[in-house]
Design a protein around this ligand. Structure first.
Ligand code: SD4
Length: 337
């Protein structure tokens, strides 16, 4: 389908309609008459409702930072990096960076990835003692011939690039871990709460898309466990001609359906971001009879700037910067029981 036909055919999904329709309407109004070129393909695309930045959960400070970058004319890659860094440094966010919940042995291990408009991608997995894994992921993308560095090698690379080591286990996260040890069966926490991982998507004034995702992973996971967040196509995917998607929640479920790539491909086929997110959640649910025990949330943005979000259980929200405003919106959800 040609780009212009795709835009024409975008239909708003049901669950997100009440949430997103004013924005979509604004997006459609704004897009009239403007045209831009995809530098990579030469395909003409209608300009959308940009710049925009969205992120998983109620992480308004992060989108505000990304918004600052976009407002001052910065590109989407800088916006998503600087936006997610806000959460990495925030000790009160116990799913990301410093203050993140440790694995079951008390080690905070971080996963992150970043993807740019050209489809370049960099990631780190099982990285310890570095506050900003997203920036290390960007260096992997820009300074190495590789896409993912893990564990000791990722740390070695980070130090070579000038990052300094720091203890990420804060007093609060250590206390919570010790309490968990007292009452647990030493099993990783797979549940519908305790999720604050940040996946961020942005489109800049040129219509170029980037995404980033950073997390400390599932609480009290097994040592060595890596989730969906640093894995291309699962925790994040960007296609500058179509749109992008990111995930939060139980990574094992996202990995099994390659969730973010699936959503982008569904949008390529003409689905709206909302419809694509709903279909991806539907696929998880249809394959896992125990879906009530896990939470997964998706967030998607198409080239027009339209947003979609959907999750299994109520409680997932997304934050957005657009037109100088920061908002937080409840996502539609599947499990009405
Ligand atoms: C993971 N997807 O490591 C991450 C966890 C997460 O909000 O998103 N929590 O599986």
């Amino acid at each position: 389908m040609k780009r212009r036909d795709f835009i024409k055919n975008v239909v708003v999904g049901t669950a997100g309609l009440a949430i997103a329709s004013p924005l979509l309407a604004a997006g459609n109004r704004k897009s009239a008459g403007k045209e831009t070129h995809s530098r990579k393909s030469g395909i003409k695309a209608s300009a959308g409702n940009w710049p925009v930045a969205v992120c998983t959960w109620n992480l308004k400070n992060a989108v505000a930072k990304a918004g600052e970058v976009l407002k001052s004319g910065g590109n989407s890659l800088d916006a998503v990096e600087q936006g997610t860094m806000v959460e990495e440094a925030d000790e009160t966010n116990m799913s990301v960076g410093k203050g993140g919940r440790p694995d079951r042995d008390g080690h905070v291990t971080l996963d992150a990835c970043i993807m740019n408009k050209n489809g370049d991608y960099g990631a780190v997995a099982y990285l310890q003692n570095i506050v900003h894994p997203i920036s290390v992921a960007r260096k992997v993308m820009e300074k190495t011939p590789h896409a993912i560095l893990a564990g000791a090698g990722a740390l070695q690379f980070a130090k070579e690039q000038g990052f300094t080591e720091e203890n990420l286990l804060t007093e609060a996260s250590e206390k919570a871990w010790k309490e968990w040890l007292q009452k647990s069966e030493y099993k990783p926490v797979i549940n519908i709460e305790n999720h604050d991982t940040i996946g961020m998507l942005a489109i800049d004034k040129n219509g170029d898309i980037s995404g980033a995702c950073t997390t400390s992973g599932l609480s009290y996971k097994m040592a060595g466990r890596v989730g969906d967040s640093p894995i291309i196509g699962s925790g994040l995917f960007v296609d500058n001609e179509i749109g992008c998607a990111t995930a939060t929640g139980v990574g094992e479920e996202v990995l099994k359906i390659v969730g973010s790539f699936l959503i982008v491909e569904l949008m390529r086929q003409g689905k709206s971001p909302q419809q694509a997110c709903e279909e991806a959640i539907g696929r998880i649910i249809s394959r896992n009879p125990k879906y009530r025990e896990v939470q997964v949330g998706f967030l998607a943005l198409n080239k027009n700037g339209d947003v979609g979000a959907y999750c299994i259980h109520e409680g997932y929200t997304y934050s957005m910067f657009r037109n100088g405003e920061i908002t937080n919106t409840a996502s539609g959800f599947f499990n009405k029981i």
